[in-house]
Design a protein around this ligand. Structure first.
Ligand SMILES: [Zn+2]
Length: 290
């Protein structure tokens, strides 16, 4: 169970019993559309209907007045500057009276769901718990829809435009560039449990999908290796590395550089051994790559 501040939990959960100790306004108010940015002040923001029974952390709008500064506005609402900037991509100190700013109820970010994003990917991209996203957005299922906007409480990466693995059906991206020197399958009487991609020592190796590092270090015949848990039973493994730049427990984004190609362990030349496991069994990565 993640550790929540009890008051914050009560706020986000919207439990009426705890409303008395809750500093945040809660209640079945419509969630303002967060699309409007300072450049579209002439358009009235559309309202998103929220079921009357769903408590929501209240996202407010602030109309910039003469003399307002970003830090002053942040202070006024009791949030930090980073959170204000995260909710209003592209703003700078050059704000003008009449500009509309989005004010998040607490530290966090707004994430617009892309095609193919799962709640798991989003949670791991921002380094937060799935349950806290569900609670903050009054969701009772794990389903998210493309275009939906989610408030990510306590997002570790504040930028709103943080990319989550983009929507190919495959859900994995190529972890490096090079030539396939050995495919998945039977080789010399034993199963080759991954695909080998050959290139020069030092070639970038990226996470093939958002996830959490569960291994980073020496791993027998794999040499220096990194393993990443992507949820849903999927784990990826990157072997024979010359160096790696992540540690166990760390969350990584798809495409984030995690290591350099090498020739460590049971390897006869510089290459990446890339493996995808589903429920502990190696599967052919070619079936999952774009
Ligand atoms: Zn291999």
């Amino acid at each position: 169970m993640p550790k929540y501040d009890a008051k914050q939990w009560a706020c986000l959960g919207g439990a009426a019993l705890f409303a008395g100790i809750c500093a945040l306004p809660i209640g079945p108010k419509p969630l303002p559309d967060v699309i409007n940015s300072p450049s579209t002040t002439e358009n009235q923001p559309a309202k998103v209907q929220v079921a009357a029974v769903s408590p929501q952390p209240v996202i407010k709008n602030h109309t910039v007045k003469d003399g307002d500064t970003l830090s002053g506005i942040a202070e006024q609402y009791g949030i930090d500057l980073e959170t204000l900037e995260a909710a209003n991509p592209g703003i700078s100190e050059l704000i003008h009276p009449g500009d509309e700013l989005v004010i998040l109820p607490q530290k966090g970010a707004i994430h617009q769901v892309s095609t193919g994003d799962t709640l798991w990917d989003i949670a791991h991209t921002y380094g937060v718990q799935i349950e806290s996203i569900k609670t903050a957005n009054a969701k009772d299922s794990d389903q998210v829809a493309a275009g939906e906007k989610l408030f990510i409480p306590g997002a570790r990466w504040a930028r709103v435009d943080t990319a989550v693995a983009r929507g190919s059906a495959s859900r994995f991206i190529w972890p490096t560039k090079g030539e396939i020197s050995s495919p998945f399958g039977w080789r010399w009487g034993r199963l080759h449990e991954g695909v080998d991609i050959a290139n020069d020592i030092g070639t970038y190796v990226m996470s093939a999908r958002a996830g959490q590092v569960i291994w980073a270090g020496w791993r027998g015949g794999y040499g220096y290796a990194v393993m990443i848990d992507h949820g849903g039973g999927y784990v990826s493994l990157y072997g024979h590395l010359s160096d790696f730049y992540v540690e166990r427990g760390q969350f990584v984004r798809a495409g984030q550089r995690i290591a350099s190609m090498g020739n460590t362990g049971n390897s006869t030349g510089p290459h990446l051994h890339f493996e995808i496991q589903k429920d502990g069994q190696p599967v052919d990565p070619m079936g999952y790559l774009p």
